[in-house]
Design a protein around this ligand. Structure first.
Ligand code: EPZ
Length: 419
């Protein structure tokens, strides 16, 4: 297993281009199952998660061609069973359920496991499928859904922790081929859901309200192929903006949509950093002493849970007491124990982290546990004195395209040790 070695304390400067969004590419790749015609997708990021999704599509019978960032998928004849050995690698595989149900009126997908950020239920997905007329069975670790036909319905998709992103995607992808009108109340409004709706409408779907809590979907008979550019990855952009805050002397992220990261730039401004906006770029610079922050994760457009760990790393070396509350995945604090090994002072109280900023962190061997926690450890290593060795970096490779190379371009002393 590869490791990433960081010699901290080097100031970052310069600019990097943001890759296509992982969390947009995954459901959009799944959506290609809804038509037998070719779909051409640009800016699909080169990640292990997108590779897993392409493996699943191939396993289901799709033809997949990849030329650098462009992927062409043709799902002429497909089967509807995605087995455990491909699904277990990535819980987001669950988003093939909706398109398979829409296209084949049946699907069998291995139940996604939990993961270190907490239980990952899909009860809201299944509630949506049942509302459309599907029967749902969970047996032998598989979810089976089938329907003689799908009929539009009014569905509320908000759960205890708010809307569901992939649940909204899944139900939307089943509803586009249902008979009649479907209304999804309490829909997720993340930019990645909007990107999926845009792609589905290019395929001939009739979806209105994307980006609002209320989606209206008029079912159509069939969908045709389409071409689409995946939106930039707002979490990658946020991660690099935090890198620029934690040890930067002016870091610019290019190919970013300003509104998609406004909750992150608002937080950095509240901490006292200078933010400047360009045509489709954002620059973060130090601007005197940074200030502590109280922040809570919320569904979009609130502060994203996928940026919570990175913010923890930044606030660990921000003088004063900061408080982070994690409202989406209350257990999402695997990074805290490792940050404490680097000298951070973080006290967990349920879903809240109370952070006493310290003057310096110290490099140490640390272990990655999940995608965003791993990114937080790399950010802390950039700031820490001495050498930090992050092991199990396969977690990072799931969601960041060449993170070490991009940070090296900004001046970081970082290298990947192949094991
Ligand atoms: C998506 O996961 C993202 N993944 C996650 O990013 C992100 O953290 C999450 O949305 C929240 O923004 C992809 O898009 C591939 P949810 P998803 O359903 O859709 C509960 C990353 O780091 N819930 O919006 O699986 C759930 O437990 C990943 O890139 C139910 O209770 O998340 C959570 O508490 C990590 N029942 C909350 O809702 C359900 O049926 C939000 O989950 C579904 C979800």
């Amino acid at each position: 297993m590869d490791k990433i070695l960081i010699h901290g304390g080097r100031p970052l400067s310069g600019s990097i281009k943001i890759s296509g969004s992982k969390n947009s590419a995954l459901p959009i790749l799944a959506a290609t199952l809804l038509t037998r015609e070719p779909c051409i997708l640009h800016r699909v990021p080169d990640l292990s998660d997108t590779h897993y999704m392409l493996q699943i599509l191939t396993h289901l019978g799709a033809q997949v061609e990849r030329a650098s960032g462009t992927v062409t998928v043709t799902s002429d004849t497909i089967e509807s069973i995605a087995p455990y050995d491909v699904v277990r690698k990535m819980r987001a595989s669950v988003c093939v359920l909706g398109p398979l149900l829409g296209r084949c009126k049946e699907a069998t997908v291995s139940m996604p496991g939990g993961c270190v950020i907490g239980d990952r239920p899909i009860d809201l997905h299944l509630k949506g499928f049942e509302a459309l007329g599907a029967a749902v069975r969970v047996e032998n670790g598989n979810v089976k859904v089938f329907a003689p036909k799908l009929v539009g319905a009014v569905i509320s998709l908000t759960g205890k922790f708010g809307p569901t992103v992939l649940g909204t995607d899944n139900v939307m992808m089943a509803a586009v081929l249902a008979d009649g009108i479907t209304v999804i109340e309490g829909a997720a409004t993340e930019p990645e859901v909007v990107d999926l709706a845009d792609f589905l409408n290019k395929m001939g779907a009739k979806i209105e309200g994307a980006g609002t809590r209320r989606l209206i979907i008029e079912g159509v008979k069939e969908l045709h192929g389409a071409e689409h550019d995946i939106i930039p990855d707002r979490i990658e952009a946020g991660t690099f903006l935090v890198a620029g805050a934690i040890c930067g002397q002016g870091v610019t992220v290019k190919r970013v949509v300003r509104d998609h990261v406004s909750s992150v730039t608002d937080a950095l401004i509240a901490c006292g950093y200078q933010i400047q906006w360009g045509e489709n770029s954002i620059t973060v610079s130090p601007n005197g002493a940074a200030k502590p922050l109280e922040i809570a994760t919320e569904p979009y457009p609130g502060f994203p849970t996928d940026m919570q760990a990175q913010m923890c790393a930044l606030l660990s070396t921000t003088d004063g007491i900061s408080v982070i509350t994690e409202n989406i995945f209350p257990q999402r604090y695997m990074h805290v124990a490792e940050l404490k090994r680097m000298g951070a002072h973080v006290q967990l109280e349920g879903a809240t982290a109370v952070i006493q900023g310290v003057e310096r962190l110290f490099g140490a061997p640390v272990m990655a546990s999940d995608l965003r926690a791993s990114a937080a450890l790399v950010l802390a290593g950039l700031k820490a004195e001495g050498r930090t060795e992050v092991s199990r970096v396969y977690h990072i490779d799931r969601g960041y395209e060449h993170l070490d190379e991009k940070l090296s371009e900004l001046g970081a002393h970082i290298e990947r040790l192949k094991e």
